[in-house]
Ligand binder design. Structure first.
Ligand code: DQA
Length: 139
């Protein structure tokens, strides 16, 4: 089973960035934990700060893998093109946000991704990625 985690802008700074909101752990260290906990899953990881690169990756993975766990970060709230990319592909996408986007600024309540995803998880910290992964495995 092949699952891809795709993270959007500024998530390369997890562990250093606004730690009161996003926590102290880097994504690289969290990914190692996930990979060792689910050895039966081929779990790939891609992060970019560039909108077009995220879309290219979604298009590439979306016809080849069994699922995508996507945190589009700030582009969630602005990118029609990311929503279109999810609608265009074949594999299921689960939207994950580390923070509770509905408990923050008003602009974070809009997602161009939620309506195109099979489901969304927000506010559960990094654990949200694992919950999404377990859903895809069980499916
Ligand atoms: C985020 C929430 C977004 O609103 C924000 O722009 C991010 C991270 C989250 O994981 O909580 O960069 O996607």
């Amino acid at each position: 089973m092949r699952i891809a985690i795709i993270n959007g802008p500024n998530l390369n700074l997890l562990g250093k960035r606004e730690t009161d909101i996003y926590g102290n752990q880097s994504f690289d260290s969290y990914l190692l934990e996930l990979q060792s906990k689910y050895p039966g899953v081929e779990l790939s990881y891609f992060q970019s700060n560039v909108e077009g690169e995220l879309i290219n990756e979604i298009q590439k993975i979306g016809f080849a893998y069994d699922g995508i766990i996507l945190n589009p970060a700030g582009y969630t709230h602005t990118s029609v093109a990311l929503g279109d990319a999810i609608a265009a592909i074949k594999c299921p996408v689960i939207e994950v946000h580390i923070s509770n986007v509905h408990a923050r600024e008003e602009f974070r309540k809009l997602s161009h991704v939620s309506g195109k995803s099979v489901g969304s998880i927000f506010g559960l910290g990094l654990k949200g990625y694992e919950l999404a992964l377990r859903w895809l495995i069980d499916k």
